[in-house]
Design a protein around this ligand. Structure first.
Ligand SMILES: *Cc1c(COP(=O)(O)O)cnc(C)c1O
Length: 380
């Protein structure tokens, strides 16, 4: 077994694994399951302090992104795809599949989207049905200012779809100050359940919009409206993956019981960056660093593959490489959810240092020691 310090999935706590193995009922017929499901959804809204209604869908995080686009896109609709990262740009594919016309608003991948820049762009062209944007774009680790950006979109009458799969439950997201119509999350990132479930939070405005579409939603599995009246009708569109959901609920209970989650993520992330920079390594971003993942450039003289394989073989620790335009250029340490603890991050940094040094690459300080010092006492 590797210690998975990847950018998601992350480590899963014992009590979540145990919750997944409790005896199952028939979730279609057992009224108690409808109560449990609804209570869990309500708790998800409470956890993010939002009025939006949470829905748990059976499918990995990508399902939420596709479901948002399937449910909001009508053929011929122009959709603004805010692209300052690989996941950001990826929304264009879902828009196209459902007959929409994606219009890319592309900005520099090394920094967050500048709200003033978006506003200036919309002054010239704001004829969009909705816009898509990403909270934490995991391949680069960049964090976007969701309250500022969604309020600007709202000012121009544009609905918003926000992917916070790799942000929520690790990186604070102020839903009350934002104008999010469909918020997308997944089980396997900071919430620290195994992969397999999507959560979406849907605003009343989005429900009204879907209700009054001119054309039917061109999907069944990705149609958010199929869940609208499940509780009143005691009818799910498909049999819910009950064991995944009991595990998810335990992970949510774990989050709710720990009031230091956000603070710990911020401290771990800051100490990780401090140690890496002091060691002479280069962070990929110039600004907008996430609390959930740290992305660093692959140093000269070694490949991403050599780092990942070396850390697995010699230390049993798995971190992430990257894909698309960042393939081979960066490696990523996921310090979200269960991974956000000082011991595991220190072990990961020690393994990274050992692997780099084995390939003759000099590191200017003891990464693990510098990390721990900074974590405990703040940056020098
Ligand atoms: C992980 C993630 C998803 C879900 O995608 P998978 O790569 O299939 O797990 C969606 N959006 C973001 C930003 C993610 O980090």
């Amino acid at each position: 077994m590797y210690k998975i310090m990847t950018a998601g999935p992350v480590q899963v706590r014992e009590n979540v694994l145990a919750a997944r193995s409790i005896p199952c009922t028939n979730p279609d017929q057992d009224v108690e399951f409808y109560e449990f499901y609804k209570e869990t959804c309500d708790l998800f809204s409470e956890a993010l302090h939002t009025e939006s209604r949470a829905i748990i869908m059976g499918g990995e995080g990508i399902l939420g992104l596709e479901a948002a686009c399937a449910s909001l896109t009508e053929p011929g609709d122009r959709v603004l795809v805010i692209d300052n990262g690989i996941f950001g740009k990826g929304f264009a594919d879902f828009v196209k599949i459902y007959g929409g016309e994606p219009v890319l608003y592309t900005t520099d991948y090394k920094n967050p989207v500048d709200p003033a820049g978006l506003e200036a762009y919309l002054e010239k062209d704001s004829d969009f049905r909705y816009a898509t944007l990403v909270h934490c774009d995991t391949p680069s680790g960049v964090i976007n200012d969701i309250p500022a950006l969604t309020n600007i979109l709202d000012k121009f009458g544009i609905l918003s779809v926000v992917d916070s799969v790799a942000g929520m439950f690790g990186q604070p997201l102020d839903c009350a100050k934002s104008k999010i119509d469909i918020l997308c999350g997944g089980s396997q990132k900071a919430l620290s359940a195994p992969p397999g479930l999507t959560m979406v939070w849907v605003s009343q405005r989005a429900f009204d919009f879907m209700e009054h579409r001119k054309t039917p939603i061109a999907s069944f599995y990705a149609n958010i409206m199929t869940f609208k009246d499940y509780y009143e009708n005691k009818w799910f569109p498909y049999t819910m993956p009950i064991s995944d959901i009991t595990g998810l609920r335990q992970a949510l209970d774990n989050f709710m019981a720990d009031d230091s989650v956000y603070d710990r993520h911020a401290k771990i992330a800051a100490a990780t960056r401090y140690a890496l920079v002091k060691g002479g390594l280069s962070l990929y971003l110039e600004s907008g660093y996430s609390n959930t993942v740290t992305v660093l450039e692959v140093p000269e003289g070694i490949t991403d593959k050599e780092i990942l394989e070396g850390m697995m073989q010699d230390y049993n620790i798995m971190i992430s490489g990257c894909f698309d335009v960042l393939a081979g250029k960066v490696i990523r340490i996921g310090h979200m959810g269960e991974n956000a603890n000082a011991e595991d991050v220190a072990a990961t940094l020690a393994a990274l240092q050992g692997t780099l040094e084995k390939h003759g690459i000099k590191v200017a300080c003891d990464l693990a020691k510098e990390f721990k010092n900074t974590y405990e006492n703040g940056a020098a």
